[in-house]
Design a protein. Sequence first.
Length: 312
Amino acid sequence: MVLRYNTTMAWGTLRKDGEPNWLFWLRWGLVAALAITFVALYISRLYNSYLASFPGRYLTMSFAFVAALAFLFVRLEPLHWLITALAILLSFGICYLQLLVAKKVFATTMTLFAIAGFLIAGTLEMLRRVGMRGPTLGKKNLPGEILIIGALGLFPVLRFTAGIHFRSDFPFMIPTIAGAILGTGLAAYLTIKSHKESKFPKWSRVLGYSLCGLLAGTIAVWGTLTTFDVCLDFAEPEYRTCRVVGKDEERYGGYRSPHFTIYELILADGEETISLGVPLDVYGEVDEGDYFTVACSDGLLGEAYVIYQGYL
């Protein structure tokens, strides 16, 4: 009886943020159950024709979308309306938009979403620094949370650009390095100026946030420029026929799933050898020794690239 009474009391107690324990565990229990179901269905589509079809993929992604909604709304105090709106847009984009539009439209939309998030976060932080006050500006962590949501929008874009062969070894090298330096310096400056109490020493927080700024600045600049260079390039490309000399599967995160894998063909045309990302169905139909047509373009922003036209 005592054990049961203590357990009940534990479930009924309040956390530091004023939220009941039972609601906390309910939220994360729902998120975990929906996420596990999503992962199971996503892996199963490799072996199930229905789950691999458009309705099946839509059903699978719905579990991820509902998991995001459970995290946002299963709570007593709602999150800030800006966070809620941006998180719903991000979840919808990742879960459904990529099923409804072409890859280049999806990549461009997610890039614009990320840019909007960065601009909103930067504007809020600047207004706060000049002394403006208001309900939105009063929330201390709001700019940082919006910045994180914006950065998450770029990760699907990076997977898209990974399947494109750029002529240069490091496209947009100078602006990317500049973005990395700016992101690192800005993160370090804001951390140094911050008076927020923490159990970690200030030097470790400066180092940690600087590394985050370095990563965010690099991804933001490189992902944005490469996406616009390809997706907004409407010039007529030059078509070339190459010979398939090899095939490769570049896995990210160690997951054997189409979502984490770039399927590449190793192509040669007598002058150079390139690695080119292609859709899974094309990858399965092409064998070594076959001839394959690629599209070559100078790029909207001046970085030449080679791509399989159907990849867009």
